[in-house]
Design a protein around this ligand. Structure first.
Ligand code: F6R
Length: 609
């Protein structure tokens, strides 16, 4: 969602804020804004579109000089995309300015109250309401005014406020949206995520819900909204700048697709004991007994992470023989779920901040479930709010379309399944065989990546088509869903994914002459059935793009296009078969001239419901 960055120190704030905004731009990019305090007071600039537009505007204005400031890149929730709705928002009476990520749910009643007290609003946003509320409650102490205002609001927020009358203070707070305070040498950077902090310092604290930080050049204090002192836990950020730079790649998405072999090796490093035929997951050791005795597992997530969780459902039932269900977090949280004794809930999330996934996790945990996290971002809210978990270790994912995190999620869910399976029904030999196969997956992905040019040429032949189908069975049914999601989210081509057999029950009516239908047709358990489904499509004029196993030349008799991937065990195959689908989506978006890393209407990390 939105990205926040704020600075106080000895340096000039504007370039630091702009650089931070660029690093956070993947979080939201419909408009941006920045405010700096100088001797004359508050200087503010906002613009619609990308951070580059804001930079241009600042250049025309001659730039702002000052060593304290706040900045924001927006993903609209309340009010359309316009300069007046962009942040920062201000209360001119008190000289307060505010950036905010999240949603103030009771903003309408607060706005009415403030209007009655003479406040005039210039935007449609909930953030301006919060700025005015802080202003209304301001009595010479910004920290106290922020605390008092936050006691009145419901909803989610990460905020940073500053005030003309206290030019040496930033006040930040969070509930439900991430915010970190980077602690440098005589300077502080507040930001929505570490990528905007690591250029300055690797020491940081992640604010907890209902925490407020008062930051000045001399130091900082953390408290609750009720003004009770909180002892901060300083952590070391494990992120280096190189990981978040584009390098020689034209887009982050392509970089991250190509990083998958290395990312996966990192995910597996030290966790696969080939000799003993065991999976070693330090994060789960303390709960191993409870996990072995689990009676039911609920996997919950959204989007791409949900597709990975669906594969996890197949894996856990198939390998560990534990009844599983996989649910959209947004549905699960509101449907009064039944949680019986022995239920384990697994929240799967790249960011660890997805609002629905977090709420589903809380719902299940409050009803007595043991909570596990499968998360990429270390120290994120989901990681902190679970009883135990396993990190993906795939490195920061900047491209809005999730790629390497998907492969990492599937790998971790495979390892969790094997961790449980080996303690339940799996023999050491079977486990050792699977571990040995799993260790080869990164090399197999590398072989698929070497087909990049061929995949681009296949995509070129169909890129003008506006309707695509993605079909698969078994382990590769969720892969088909993921292929369709990737294509639609970055190329804006309509695509549907479904189980191959489901096509006959209605969607087959869509198939007309030349319609591209992508089949995941690797040599797995249901290969013959998939071939039957291919015939059904072909006989209705559809053009089949088959993701097939190396050596399967016969499939050319039924498919117009064949992309061969290395042979891999069925249960491990999604990590390999998804790669050509990611590349098809990438090339389709580039060929259609879209901004791959910043697709329209989307944002990374959905921290609102
Ligand atoms: C799609 C995509 C989204 C996310 C979803 C969950 O490419 O990235 O569908 O997978 O918003 O996000 P996380 O994994 O951060 O919980």
């Amino acid at each position: 969602m939105c990205g926040i960055v704020a600075y106080i120190g000895a340096g000039q704030a504007q370039p630091i804020l702009i650089e931070g905004l660029k690093r956070l731009e993947y979080r939201g990019y419909d408009s941006a804004g920045l405010a700096v305090l100088d001797d004359a007071g508050l200087r503010l600039a906002r613009s619609v579109g990308r951070v580059a537009n804001l930079e241009e505007k600042l250049e025309k204005l001659g730039g702002f000089r000052g060593t304290i400031g706040v900045a924001h890149t927006r993903w609209a929730t309340h009010g359309g995309v316009s300069e007046t709705n962009a942040h920062p928002h201000r209360d001119d009476r008190a000289g307060i300015c505010l950036v905010h990520n999240g949603i103030i749910e009771n903003y309408a009643s607060l706005r009415k109250y403030l209007e009655e007290r003479g406040h005039r609003f210039t935007s449609e946003t909930d953030t301006e309401v919060l700025a005015m509320l802080i202003g209304e409650l301001y009595d010479g102490d910004l920290e106290a005014a922020v605390q008092a205002a936050l006691r009145e609001v419901t909803g989610a927020y990460a905020i940073v406020a500053m005030c003309e009358r206290e030019p040496d203070v930033l006040v930040a707070a969070r509930k439900g949206s991430p915010l970190m305070l980077g602690i440098g040498n005589g300077e502080y950077v507040l930001a929505s995520d570490p990528s905007a902090i690591v250029a300055h310092t690797t020491q940081a604290i992640a604010l907890d819900d209902y925490n407020v930080a008062r930051v000045s050049r001399d130091g900082f204090r953390t408290s609750t909204v009720d003004n009770i002192d909180v002892t901060p836990r300083v952590m070391q950020l494990e992120l280096d700048l190189e990981q978040i730079e584009l390098g020689d790649f034209p887009h982050y998405m392509l970089k991250e697709i190509f990083e998958q072999p290395a990312a996966l090796r990192n995910t597996m490093r030290g966790r696969l004991d080939t000799k003993e035929g065991k999976v070693v997951l330090g994060g789960l050791n303390s709960l191993a007994k409870e996990l072995v005795r689990a009676r039911k597992i609920i996997l919950t997530a959204q989007g791409t992470a949900l597709h990975a969780a669906m594969i996890g459902e197949y894996l856990l039932e198939d390998l560990a023989k534990i009844p599983c269900e996989c649910e959209y977090a947004s549905e699960f949280r509101y449907r009064n779920p039944i949680i019986e004794e022995g239920t384990v809930v697994v929240a799967v999330s790249q960011s660890g901040e997805t609002a629905d996934t977090l709420a589903a996790l809380h719902e299940a945990r409050d009803r007595g479930a043991l909570a596990l996290g499968v998360v990429n971002v270390v120290g994120s809210t989901i990681a902190r709010d679970t009883d135990a978990g396993v990190y993906l270790r795939v490195g920061p994912e900047i491209g809005v379309a999730s790629t390497k995190a998907f492969v990492g999620q599937v790998a971790v869910l495979t390892m969790i399944s094997m961790f449980m399976a080996r303690r339940r029904f799996m023999s050491p030999e079977a486990s050792a065989r699977m571990i040995a196969e799993m260790e080869q997956v990164p090399d197999k992905i590398e072989r698929v990546l070497s087909l990049n040019d061929e995949i681009r040429r296949v995509t070129e032949r169909y890129v003008e088509r506006n309707n695509w189908l993605f079909l698969g069975r078994g382990y590769n049914y969720p892969t088909a869903l993921e292929g369709a999601l990737k294509l639609k989210e970055i190329s804006y081509i309509h695509a549907e994914g479904m189980p191959a057999a489901e096509m006959k029950h209605g969607p087959i009516a869509l198939i007309d002459d030349g319609m591209p239908v992508v089949f995941i047709a690797n040599k797995g358990n249901q290969y013959d059935k998939v071939i039957n489904n291919i015939e059904e499509v072909r006989s209705r004029g559809g053009h089949v793009i088959a993701i097939a196993t190396e050596g399967d030349e016969q499939i050319r008799e039924v498919a117009q296009e064949v992309i061969h991937v290395p042979e891999v065990a069925d249960s491990l195959s999604p990590m390999v078969t998804v790669v050509p689908l990611q590349l098809i989506a990438y090339h389709a978006a580039v060929l259609r001239g879209h901004d791959v890393d910043k697709p329209r209407n989307l944002a990374k990390s959905v921290t609102v419901e």
